[in-house]
Every structure is written in C-alpha cells, then in structure tokens.
Design a protein around this ligand. Structure first.
Ligand code: PHE
Length: 442
C-alpha cells in the first residue's frame, strides 16, 4: 500500500484544521443562534463552552489521531482497544450525515452568489429564499457544491486540502474585517452592538435549559468536534509539535472569525430590520441578511462579498467532512483516494436530497442535539479512563507541559467533560423529542 500522506508543515495542518472549524457554523449559525438566544447572554455561555469544554475536547481528538496515525474508526483498534471502535464510528456517521445537509446549505450560498450578481433577491428576500432553498434549484446547487468538495478532497491531503485552505482562510479573515468595518459606518449600528455585547444575565437564568444545549452544540459544531474530523486531521501529523499550542491557535482563530461575523451581522440587522426579530429556522439568516442587503446602499456588492466569504468558509469545512469518512475507506481498503472521494460524496449527495426538500432543520438538530454529545461523551470516557496512560503521554509529547498540567487535563477529561456533556445530552434529547412531537420539523 502507498505510504500514508502527511501535511507538508505545521502551518499547513493548522490552516486545514482552522479551515475545518471555520464554516457555516461561524458565519451563518453563530450570529443567528446568538440573536435568537438573547444576544450577549448567549455569547457568554458559548465562550465558556468553547474554552472550557471545546478546547480540552479538541486535545482528546488530536491525541487519539496523532497517536494512532489512523482515521477515527481504525484509531481505536490501532491503539489496542478494538471494543471502542463504535465511538469513532459514531463520529464518522455524524460527519457523513452533516455533509449531506451542509452541502445543501452550501448550495443555497451558491444560489445567493448568483442572486447577488443578478440582483435576484433585492426587495424580495422571502420569495427568493423560497425559490432556491428546496426543490430542483436546491438539488442542482447541492450537486455543484458537492462536486467542488469532491474535487478538492480527491486532490489529496497536501495538494488538495492544505493548498485550498491556505488560500481560503486569509481571504475569509480579510473580507470579514472589511465587512465589519463597513457595517460600523451604518446609522443605527449601535443598537446591534449593544444587543451583541452587553449581557443580560437574567436571560441566562430564565432560559438555562435551552441556552446550554444550544451553546454546547454550537461549540462542538464550530470546532468540528465529535465528528472524527480532528482525529483524521491529526493522524496526518508527521512530527511532534505541541498539540496544546496548535489547538489554542485553532480555537482562538475560530472564535475570532465567529466574533467578526457577529460584528458584521448585528450592525447590519440593527440598521435595517432590527436585531430582535431574527429567531427562527435555518432560513432566517438568509432571509434577514438578503433583506438587509436590499435596503442598503451598495448592498448588492456587499452581499456578493458576504456570500463569497460564506462559500469559502463552507468549502474549507465540507472538505473535512468528506475527508473523515474517506480517510477510513482509504486506510482500511487501500482504494484510490479520488475514487473514494467520488463514491462517498455521491452517497452523501443522495442522502442530501431529503434536506434539499425542506428537512435541513431536522438533520441539523439531530446532529447538534444527539450525535455530537454522544460522540464526545464516549471519546472523553475513552481517553480519560481507558487509554489514559497513552493519552497523557501523547499530550506531553513535543511540549514543555509539566505533570501538573497534563494531570489537570486528564481529570478534566475524566470528570468535568462527561458530566457537562451528559447533562447537555439529556437536555438536547428532550428538546429534540419535543420538536418531533410538536411537528416543528415537518
Ligand atoms: N466547523 C464547521 C462549521 O462551523 C462545521 C464542521 C463540523 C465541519 C464538523 C467539519 C466537521 O461550520
């Protein structure tokens, strides 16, 4: 079998991982989750979830990936714990399902790029969303998005994924800074900043059971945790650099992008339709923003820039979603990478036909509320209680961390993460179940 691929450099790995993390979750989902969950109050809980739970969980995935040099499914048996294969398999299933609806939303973004050029959504944001979000237009755009994703992954780890993300991440950052700066000049923007940045802690207290699962799900989703993606990406590390340092850079950059997206979106909404009305389903972001672009001077150009940023972000993530299941097939069966990428991508496209007919919310919530917490719970228990010696040893490799720091991490992974995640899972299951019985998804 051909030699397993590796990243060309440490920076290449960081870019690819940031590319995976930065996605629709940051720019589409984050500002709108924040808007519909009480603004700054949600932001506080979200940031705690990212740094206290997300960051140490990313280290779990990195440790498993780099130690085993295998995809998320084979990693467990490679380490000598074949019984735990299911934990990685849940993640790979989650990435597969997520790819199917992520690509549908990626297709919406493509339609909005076209709409920015033609002016199709100006003055009729709701109608435009209706015409592109489900049915044949949605399926066609979903096919285009999936085809681009397949082409990049087929290109390989270094020549495909690494090269594409090295270009897209800087582009996203520069364009978002420009958008946020432009948004600050709008009259009425102040109300947007206030809603976004001054927390009302009463909101947290009153909505605790809905804010916690949303913030935790958002934290895992945005950091690409619980999908086996970070296990796969870390498995391509050729050398031992400091995992905590890499992980800190990735978490911080990802947070910066989400915050920047908020700095663009909140003033734009405040200056047009208002920040309060932005609750609702998967389409709200598209309708609200396209509506805002229709009301602003130069809105069409700004809209074009915004949706191009969104497309780059979506693609640098979708390639990682395709990579996780593909790397399993490549490692396990030794099939050619391009063939695997096409095969896995096509099956995921077919599953995506359901969300392309209006079930994006159902798929999204199933992944957020159930699959991700389940996957994270098991990998934490695995790393903390089963492969604990290997985990601690791997975490320390390439670092100057003392025993105190690695022991703290170990106990955090053993106790704190499982308790918090189990509680989140309980709330997530309850919320998802009530969504099903009240018919919210159908
Ligand atoms: N992190 C991506 C986002 O925020 C989504 C994603 C999850 C991508 C898992 C890859 C793997 O949009």
């Amino acid at each position: 079998m051909a030699q397993r691929e590796t990243w060309t450099s440490r920076v290449g790995f960081i870019f690819a991982a940031v590319g995976s993390a930065v996605g629709l979750g940051n720019i589409w989902s984050f500002p709108f989750q924040t808007a519909s969950n009480g603004g700054a109050a949600f932001l506080v809980v979200y940031l705690l979830a990212v740094f206290l739970i997300g960051f140490p969980t990313m280290l779990i995935e990195f440790v498993i990936g780099r130690r085993s040099k295998q995809n998320a499914v084979s990693a467990f048996s490679e380490l000598g714990y074949g019984n735990w294969t299911f934990a990685g398999a849940i993640g790979v299933v989650a990435s597969f399902i997520t790819l199917s609806f992520y690509s549908v939303v990626g297709g919406w973004v493509i339609s909005y790029i076209v709409g920015s050029v033609t002016g199709g959504y100006l003055g009729q944001a709701g109608t435009f969303f209706g015409s592109v979000s489900s049915g044949t237009v949605a399926i066609g755009a979903h096919a285009v998005f999936m085809a681009i994703t397949i082409a990049i992954v087929a290109g390989g780890v270094a020549d495909g994924i690494e090269r594409a993300t090295k270009f897209m991440i800087p582009a996203i950052l520069v364009l978002l800074v420009g958008l946020a700066a432009w948004a600050s000049t709008l009259s009425g923007s102040a109300a947007g900043y206030a809603y976004y940045l001054s927390p009302d802690f009463g909101v947290i207290a009153n909505n605790f059971t809905s804010i916690v699962p949303s913030a935790m799900g958002q934290a895992f989703f945005t950091l690409s945790l619980g999908f086996g993606v970070m296990i796969a990406y870390a498995s391509y590390l050729g050398r031992d650099d400091s995992l905590p340092a890499d992980s800190a850079i990735i978490v911080v950059l990802n947070t910066v992008v989400a915050l920047l997206a908020g700095f663009a979106v909140f003033p734009i909404l405040a200056a047009t339709s208002g920040v309060g009305g932005a609750s609702g389903g998967a389409g709200t972001a598209f309708v609200a923003l396209a509506g805002a672009f229709g009301q602003l001077p130069a809105g069409q150009i700004i809209g074009l820039v915004f949706f191009i940023v969104l497309l780059f972000a979506a693609l640098s993530s979708s390639i990682s979603l395709l990579e996780a299941p593909s790397s399993y097939v490549v490692d396990r069966y030794g099939v050619d990478r391009p063939k695997v990428a096409v095969g896995v991508g096509v099956v995921s496209f077919v599953i995506g036909i359901a969300p392309a007919y209006g079930y994006v919310g159902l798929f999204n919530d199933f992944v957020f509320n159930i699959l991700l917490p389940v996957a994270v719970l098991f990998i934490a228990l695995f790393a903390g209680w089963v492969a604990n010696r290997e985990s601690v040893d791997e975490l320390g490799r390439g670092t100057t961390l003392g025993e105190g720091a690695t022991t703290l991490w170990l106990w955090w992974v053993r106790v704190v993460i499982p308790i918090v995640v189990a509680y989140t899972l309980y709330l997530g299951v309850t919320n998802f179940y009530s969504g099903i019985v009240t018919g919210a998804y159908f």
